[in-house]
Design a protein around this ligand. Sequence first.
Ligand code: TC6
Ligand code: FAD
Length: 627
Amino acid sequence: MEGVDHLADERKKAEFNVEAMKIVWAGSQHNLEVSNRISKLVADDPAFRKDDRTMLPRKELFKNTLRKAAYAWKRINELRLSEEEASKLRFYVDETAYTDLHWGMFIPAIKGQGTDEQQRKWLPLAYKMQIIGCYAQTELGHGSNVQGLETTATFDPHTDEFVIHSPTLTSSKWWPGGLGKVSTHAVTYARLIIDGKDHGVHGFIVQLRSLEDHRPLPGITVGDIGMKFGNGAYNTMDNGVLRFDHVRIPRNQMLMKVSQVTREGKYKQSDVPRQLVYGTMVYVRQRIVADASCYLSRAVCIATRYSAVRRQFGSQNGGPETQVIDYKTQQSRLFPLLASAYAFRFVGEWLEWLYTDVMQRLQANDFSTLPEAHACTAGLKSLTTSVTADGIEECRKLCGGHGYLCTSGLPELFAVYVPACTYEGDNIVLLLQVARFLMKTVSQIGTGKQPVGTIAYMGRIEHLMQCRCNVQRGFAELSADLVEAAVAHCQLIVVSKFIEKLQQDIPGEGVKQQLEALCGIYYLSLLHKHQGDFLATSYLTPKQSALANDQLRALYSKVRPNAIALVDAFNYSDHFLSSILGRYDGNVYPKLYEAAWKDPLNESVVPDGYHEYVRPLLKQQLHTARL
Ligand SMILES: CCC/C=C/C(=O)SCCNC(=O)CCNC(=O)[C@H](O)C(C)(C)COP(=O)([O-])OP(=O)([O-])OC[C@H]1O[C@@H](n2cnc3c(N)ncnc32)[C@H](O)[C@@H]1OP(=O)([O-])[O-]
Ligand SMILES: Cc1cc2nc3c(=O)[nH]c(=O)nc-3n(C[C@H](O)[C@H](O)[C@H](O)COP(=O)(O)OP(=O)(O)OC[C@H]3O[C@@H](n4cnc5c(N)ncnc54)[C@H](O)[C@@H]3O)c2cc1C
């Protein structure tokens, strides 16, 4: 029934102040206020409609994305939105687009790797969208191995220019978002060659298309790489292919904060670590961790609400059947994901702090925390995206058959999210970076150097102090085990940041108690999953392990009456969730029924193709039957 809240009884069960929890989730009262205002602005505007996205053919879908991006920009300007509000608007529009790369990578690359002069020249153009940029690093032949890139930027001292060239097919840029059809410029990564000497990979600003008629400039071949996984989803993005045929750019378009090339062709390295060339990736990995909680919480919100609506079995004396959320098996799959969404929110907040801290230290020429920042961003990006991608799929299964319908919102959410396990660093490749950092730390403990920050605990592990290890020896052979160690290290960070959050003053009746229960579910479910390892290494006795499992089950029961309120605290509008199963009012069945009739296949009673392909078969069967 329209207007009735089918989840009202569930909401009455809540034992905490939901409004106060919304503030905790949003990060502050101010953030909540901005989110409320901007999400309503988007939801109320029919121009931002997205319920037809999975049914549109690619060209129409893409054009629609261009329209939405242009309209969003128009509204941002008309309403004079601040940068914070504008980025919230893009978030609630919820459509992957070339603008993500423009704001999320092109501008940060110039900010992070450009000199002050370069920033003064390029940033105002980019901020006004008078140029549109992308981040062109990956090539057909190499993505993970950045040092293996083949594109060259050869300095020509006669003209004071770089010649950008793609020497092989495998050196074609391949994947950059926004490149295929829209970007006018790209921060392009290429090997710097001066006087025959290869100085490794550097970033260059290259114009790709004319600002007049949008045609590729001479020497540039550019296009889209084709359809990707799923309907709608990431196909709103023009991931592209790009080849350079001796394209000339002025010398001052090499990003020169980290290293410079002089007029005379001398290569100079600033007093900063070379790894800062990778700085944009560190920035984006940190953002991806913050985003993971958004994606996971969306899926969990849908699955939790639907689990309270859905009933199967267990009817007594003709009474209602059991809500599937009351099955312990459903809780043991759902509640750890609910807890993970909160855990990732808090670790994301902390990582943002860590990143800001590292940036401030870099300004003061203190590079000491850079390796830890790299390990944390790489490792947490890997952990949170893997858990989130698997978690979205688990939420689909938690919704049974209806979860497989596009109108559940889950298939598109999965399709749009799953490449996060690959982009911005393949998750295994990133964990190997963490493993390398851990091994290096162990090798230094032996020499008496005390580890600090997220690795301080290693200094307290007795047997590590006796370790004498060489970082390279056996690394490849043991890499699968080392990856597991890296995951465990990252899980420890997530748990410890959750616990630190609980040590803060958290206002609101019952809020802290709910968070404590979720934190318990988070670490006890990990303990449960890995209890074999804990038992094998005698870190747990069988008795302790059994007690931990009892405690975990008790926490599921504690969270159960609060489950709906805990997902309401994410504060997602029906427009943003875009899911019939996750509707705030729980009015699932009538809306599923209604939506089915809107499918294009139901526009006619007899389908297109019946007369050509079905009727002849039926006739043939009649004929055979008569024989
Ligand atoms: C959002 C959607 C859009 C998506 C966009 C994209 O996907 S864009 C494309 C995204 N593409 C990718 O994400 C590609 C992924 N690949 C990579 O990032 C790199 O190729 C690599 C890190 C795997 C290897 O790096 P390498 O070949 O240089 O070799 P190496 O391992 O020998 O390391 C040497 C030293 O450098 C250190 N160090 C490394 N990175 C960093 C850092 N960021 N910061 C600080 N430090 C760093 C490392 O710890 C080591 O230190 P140590 O031990 O000597 O003290
Ligand atoms: C949707 C999407 C958007 C993207 N956007 C951009 C963009 O805007 N700009 C851009 O420049 N790039 C972009 N990329 C490219 C992306 O960054 C790369 O695909 C990613 O870094 C992985 O690299 P790869 O494709 O070379 O994988 P590969 O390295 O070829 O991975 C293949 C397999 O090999 C394994 N492997 C590789 N190296 C090792 C190793 N050393 N040890 C053990 N196993 C290993 C991996 O784990 C994986 O299983 C995007 C990719 C996608 C999917």
